[in-house]
Write a protein that binds this ligand. Sequence first.
Ligand code: SAM
Length: 210
Amino acid sequence: MPNEKDEHVNYQKSFFDQHVDVFKQDIPADVEERSAEIVRSILRNPQSERLLDVGTGIGAFIRHYVSHGLPQENIVGCDLSSAMLAEAKRRFPAVDFWEGDVLNFPDDRGKFDIVVFNACFGNIFEPFAVIERVSNLLNPGGRIVISHPCHSCIPQLLDLEPKLVLRLLPSKEQLVEWCTALNLRLSVYRNEKDLYLAILERDVADRAVS
Ligand SMILES: C[S@@+](CC[C@H](N)C(=O)[O-])C[C@H]1O[C@@H](n2cnc3c(N)ncnc32)[C@H](O)[C@@H]1O
């Protein structure tokens, strides 16, 4: 019998499998500008960093990573939806994609310098468990990024699609609590009308990744 979490994951998967065409539409210029601003804030040494893009969709953010100097070969994209991933693979053939729930992301893809949740963190059923999982995938000095370039859309989505988007993005207090539990540091927190950006960092001297 599927439990509440499995039902949520199955709903997400079937929703996004059926809505790929919506994501293929042109993205408004102001959203693209804020997306580029987010990517500029998170990349430090793009030629050498490895990045996991969680909820990658059709790869809307991969385009920005690549245009800011991150090679496709340094990127792994993770998503539940096979239809979204099929389009992402067509667009970015050298990126490594993994299909499934990020909570089950395997260790065999190695460690990452950056793990990004763009425009998907409110859809996650167990946010702390997911942050804990990806914190174990971080290199020393690595960071977890939660972002949204269309932050003001979230309250509307909560009304329109309450089974899809479960909650608002985390408050500063919530993130500080998670950071304390996981030995991370909240280095950036921008909770603005249209842009949300939070960066949770592992210390460079912290090699105690399990
Ligand atoms: C609104 S789309 C955002 C896509 C992309 N990040 C962007 O910026 O356009 C959310 C994506 O997150 C994926 N997703 C939701 N929950 C997930 C989970 N637990 N694990 C992996 N992917 C998930 C969905 O399948 C969907 O493709």
